[in-house]
Design a protein around this ligand. Structure first.
Ligand code: C2G
Length: 130
């Protein structure tokens, strides 16, 4: 079974996230998503509208996602790849090159980001209409 993993906050889930998850799932047979904990979001200087528990529940409902684990720090990726027997690590290409150190453990794939949508754009759009 070819296993794929990807990481992210996935707040205010939108079609750019779904494009990423669908393409990631097509690279193997089993997709694990490591979703940033609220504490790790703070380290990333991000605040989510939805809590970790609710972002996790939403991701678990997506047909492309087989398992959701917590992302708690920058350092866990090598251990995650080993522990979960990962074959492919996937991220959007806004992270191009940032995780190439994983190439000694698994395939590393950066997928083109979906243009025209982002969680920030959603937040700004909502402010403009309220
Ligand atoms: N993404 C995308 N297109 C968009 C928005 C996001 O392809 N329009 C991708 C990002 O490139 C990322 C994933 O969707 O691969 C999740 O995006 P975020 O929730 O913004 O995740 P991020 O804050 O980049 O966290 O250790 C890695 C970090 O946790 C990544």
């Amino acid at each position: 079974m070819k296993k794929v993993i990807t990481y992210g906050t996935f707040d205010l889930l939108h079609w750019g996230h779904i494009n990423l998850l669908r393409r990631a799932s097509e690279l193997g047979d089993y997709l694990i998503v490591a979703i940033s904990s609220d504490e790790f979001n703070a380290i990333k200087n991000k605040t989510s509208f939805h809590s970790f528990e609710n972002r996790k529940m939403i991701l678990e409902a997506i047909r492309y996602v087989d398992e959701v684990i917590s992302e708690d720090n920058w350092e866990q990726k090598v251990e995650d790849v080993k522990h979960h027997n990962i074959d492919v690590f996937v991220m959007g290409d806004d992270w191009e090159g940032k995780f190439d150190f994983l190439k000694e453990h698994c395939e590393v794939v950066y997928l083109p980001r979906t243009t025209g949508i982002s969680t920030t754009k959603i937040k700004e759009g909502l402010k403009a209409i309220n």
